[in-house]
Design a protein around this ligand. Sequence first.
Ligand code: SAH
Ligand code: SF4
Length: 396
Amino acid sequence: MVNLLQFDRAGLGDFCEQLGEKRFRATQLFRWIHQRGERDPAAMTDLAKSLRDKLAGSAVVEALPVASEQVAADGTIKWLFDVGGGDAIETVFIPEADRGTLCISSQAGCAVNCRFCSTGHQGFSRNLTTAEIVAQLWHAEFTLRRRLGLAAGERAITNVVMMGMGEPLQNYAALLPALRTMLDDHGYGLSRRRVTVSTSGVVPMIDRLRDDCPVALAVSLHAPDDALRDELVPLNRKYPIAELLAACRGYLARAPRDFITLEYCMLDGVNDAPEQARTLLALVRGDGSADSGLACKINLIPFNPFPASGLGRSPRERVAAFAAVLQEGGIVTTVRKTRGDDIAAACGQLAGEVQDRTRLAERGTRAAPVRVERRVAGPVSRRTGVAAPAPVRSSS
Ligand code: SAH
Ligand code: SF4
């Protein structure tokens, strides 16, 4: 059986052709699935009977099984979805007065292994499929529509951020059809400014995204210089800051009225000194360099601690002082509100169940060693004391 959630509209057209049907029928089918949340081909009454019959025997709309749902005091909802093989991923809904934002995962775990990220600490299991990425949105949209009693045509999810578990640009092939489905007027109809891809800086894929589907781009910078960023975001050793900012400028060349959001996680005594704010300011303004400045906004994220990180959250006054340097230098700077931290749904706290398999290894379960070896150095190395990552330099 083919899962119809794996196709963007063009892909669904190909599938209809394979079934011996006209391509254009895909549009109707796509609307049933993504605008009305219908799973059963038999209920898609205005589809040609021949197509309905063929679908019944060959295709399904397969949602992800919900392992748990938690609701935070502030209304944030976190779903844990079982994606099989011992992996579970998390999706977070963040309600606000004028919008509903869904934070979607792109991988089970993450291979980038950032020092301050709990997903990174778990190691990497696998890429999600397009169907698994889209299924997170499908489930949230139609569950919430029913629950909130929204009228036909009203949307629960108005914004999507690819800021859940995983590095979306290390799963580009699956990401692209998912983004197209979100933007499609016959799908979720989100404008490209309401869909944000957040990346730790996979430079070649930033260029690809610009050409294929230039949605809003957020870049996780976290440090004003390569020496510190090498330690916090190991991918920096491959794509250093100058290359990353050049890719950002290239991204905007396609969309001149846009800006890049630079995310900067505030770590106590690590990257939060006023001097580092000044270095960051000079960097984004292009001071003293042949390059032009970058049209950007800076989003400071208070670090959300998790066990084993060994890092602390910058005090509020230090965040404010850091923000003031940037603002006085003419850069729009905001401090991200922490949402859902009582259910570990805040930025960087998403951990799914990738960790559980590591625990299996500790218990000596037979299947576990193979799985653990597939992971990058993460909790395993910390527990065994082998190859623990280098300590983060503290700024004085
Ligand atoms: N892999 C992508 C998207 C997922 S992370 C990326 O790194 O951009 C989404 C955002 O949460 C990133 O900016 C990331 O740096 C930030 N983040 C990760 N761990 C965090 C933590 N413990 N506290 C606060 N923000 C964190
Ligand atoms: Fe991966 Fe992003 Fe976490 Fe880094 S911050 S480990 S890239 S999910």
